[in-house]
Design a protein around this ligand. Structure first.
Ligand code: NAD
Ligand code: 2HG
Length: 526
């Protein structure tokens, strides 16, 4: 049974899902050394933001297939190191969007109405109404920096509260901003005109210290800054000084350059600073969403199925993935089959999407075919993450074609492998119940479901040959589950495809090759 380590506290719903397929060990608060010592026995690791999944942890995890981040940001995971090792990293890109957006809005209102200080004052048995005169957000200007999922939701709600919206996001079109009621502007306009600035950006080299002393100096003395995105995008020292000196009106921060927040000037500023300990995603709903989302993906990957939100393989919308899933399995099976027929080194793989399949995204199908193709050489080391890189490193030329003019089944997939030992092709399709069928081998039409153990022969189409193979296998106590012959012309060449219950015993293939009329024979393990 697979083993999953959960090293931060995650919602029980996620643990329950993982427990269906794996032994789940919850070990939180491990030191970096303890994590390195513990990880080698695990197939999967599930974390929130607390665990630092460093290159050292990844190197030590020699069984690791997947790392799941129950949340959005994967900045606590060394993703390039995981990719190099063929370890998939998955996250939950949308599970906590609403929670984080609502926290930002709550921070904005707390700040403008002095709620934390007023609460503290009442608890100290005071009644200081005059000290806590706030200001309304209605008709004020909100500058949204980063108009992605969270920024968009904040903008939508803020607009409903009557705020005027400016936005800065170099990767968003003016049309998209307009749809959200935002005017897309330069950062400097936000700095100089906004009454509130809310940050919803990733921490990248470009966003590091985006809000620094120079930016703060451009703001109005009433401007309030909210950051529920990532620490490090604000120079905290400069911000504390700006609030203390009245250069700006206040700040509300949920995230910090170093977490947990250590010694910091932010704590020393008496008023107009609201601090929360990275609570953006901490709602019951969000924690259930992200734990379920990530646990389902870990479960699927452990079962050999693709994940819907792998950050280090091409992203796919879950609906598209659900639709493609049977074709990915077909592509992998055909890739595995064609590599066994090709025998030696494959130099070129042509992946042809035919008929209705031409409407689908081809990239995941190509990756699945490569995964199948390379599985003979790399076994479980190849996966959806590293299949393309491995193929490239092995000098396999991959050609992708689409041919809508082929009308068999509801779309079919043809793989043509050119290798050191010649050329082979296989075609497969799905029946209406999603059952896989191999429909063509080396140009010979057949119709057989893939089986764990198979025997393919290329032979002369002549009387008696099928009987001879049948009795030869019988003599070796090999049980045939099904048999089919495909031919192009009568008494020309033909292929015979047999599904057998067990692996072919040693020596049988040599005996088959001796049967008159047999040109070639292949044992296949799928
Ligand atoms: N506080 C929390 O608990 C919490 C919870 C969830 C997410 N987050 C963080 O919130 C942030 C936003 O998350 P999201 O889900 O909206 O992500 P997203 O990817 O949907 O949006 C991020 C946006 O930032 C924009 N962006 C990138 N570089 C930029 C730059 N230099 N200047 C301006 N915009 C830039 C992108 O174009 C994108 O639109 C992330 O950093 C995420 O990790 C925090
Ligand atoms: O609570 C958490 O795990 C962090 C949430 C958030 O920062 C994220 O990136 O999803």
């Amino acid at each position: 049974m697979a083993k999953v380590l959960v090293s931060d506290s995650v919602d029980q719903a996620g643990i329950d899902i993982l427990s269906q397929v794996a032994q789940v060990d919850v070990k939180t608060k491990l030191s970096p050394e303890e994590l390195v010592a513990t990880i080698p026995e695990y197939d999967a690791l599930m974390v929130r933001s607390g665990t630092k999944v460093t290159e050292e942890v990844i190197e030590a995890g020699n069984q690791l297939k997947i790392i799941g981040r129950a949340g959005v940001g994967v900045d606590n995971i060394d993703v390039p190191a995981a990719t190099r090792r063929g370890i998939m990293v998955v996250n939950s890109p949308e599970g906590n969007t609403i929670a984080a957006a609502e926290h930002a809005l709550a921070m904005m209102l707390s700040l403008s109405r002095h709620i934390p200080e007023a609460n503290q004052s009442v608890k100290e048995k005071k009644w200081e109404r005059k000290n806590f005169i706030g200001s309304e957000v209605y008709k004020k200007t909100l500058g949204v920096v980063g108009l992605g999922k969270i920024g968009s939701h904040v903008a939508t709600v803020a607009r409903a509260m009557g705020m005027k919206l400016l936005a800065y996001d170099p990767f968003i079109s003016a049309e998209r901003a307009e749809q959200l009621g935002c005017r897309l502007v330069d950062l400097d306009i936000i700095f100089t005109e906004a009454d509130y600035i809310t940050l919803h950006i990733p921490r990248t080299p470009e966003t590091e210290n985006l809000i620094n002393a120079e930016a703060l100096a451009k703001m109005k003395p009433t401007t309030r800054i909210i950051n529920c995105s990532r620490g490090g995008v604000i120079d905290e020292e400069a911000l504390a000084t700006a609030v203390e000196n009245g250069t700006i009106g206040g700040a509300a921060l949920d995230v910090f350059a170093e977490e947990p927040l250590g010694e910091s000037k932010l704590r020393e500023v008496g008023s107009n600073i609201v601090l929360t300990p990275h609570l953006g995603a901490s709602t019951e709903e969000a924690q259930t969403n992200v734990a379920v989302d990530v646990a389902e993906q870990i479960r699927d990957v452990l079962l050999g199925l693709p994940a819907r939100s792998a950050v280090n393989i091409p992203g796919l919308n879950p609906d598209v993935l659900e639709q493609l899933r049977p074709f990915l399995q077909l592509a992998e099976t055909l890739g595995n089959l064609v590599s066994q027929l090709a025998g030696g080194r494959v130099e070129q793989l042509n992946v042809r999407l035919q008929g209705e399949l031409t409407d689908s995204q081809s990239q995941p199908i190509v990756i699945a075919a490569l995964k199948g193709l390379l599985s003979q050489a790399l076994r479980e080391r190849v996966n959806y993450v590293n299949a393309s890189i491995e193929a490239k490193e092995r000098g396999i030329r991959v050609i992708e074609t689409k041919d809508a003019s082929v009308h068999d089944y509801s779309g079919s997939l043809r793989l043509e492998a050119t290798g050191s030992l010649g050329e082979h092709s296989v075609t497969g399709a799905l029946l209406s119940d999603q059952e896989m069928r191999i429909t063509n081998v080396d140009g010979f039409p057949i119709n057989v479901p893939p089986n764990n153990y198979m025997l393919f022969t290329l032979h002369r189409d002549m009387p008696g040959i099928i009987g001879k193979i049948g009795s030869l296998l019988g003599g070796f106590n090999v049980n045939i589950a099904s048999m089919q012959v495909g031919r192009k012309i009568v008494r020309g060449d033909a292929v015979m495809v047999l599904s057998i219950d067990d692996p072919l015993p040693e020596g049988v293939l040599d005996e088959i090759m001796k049967v008159p009329g047999i040109r070639d024979a292949y044992t296949i393990k799928l």
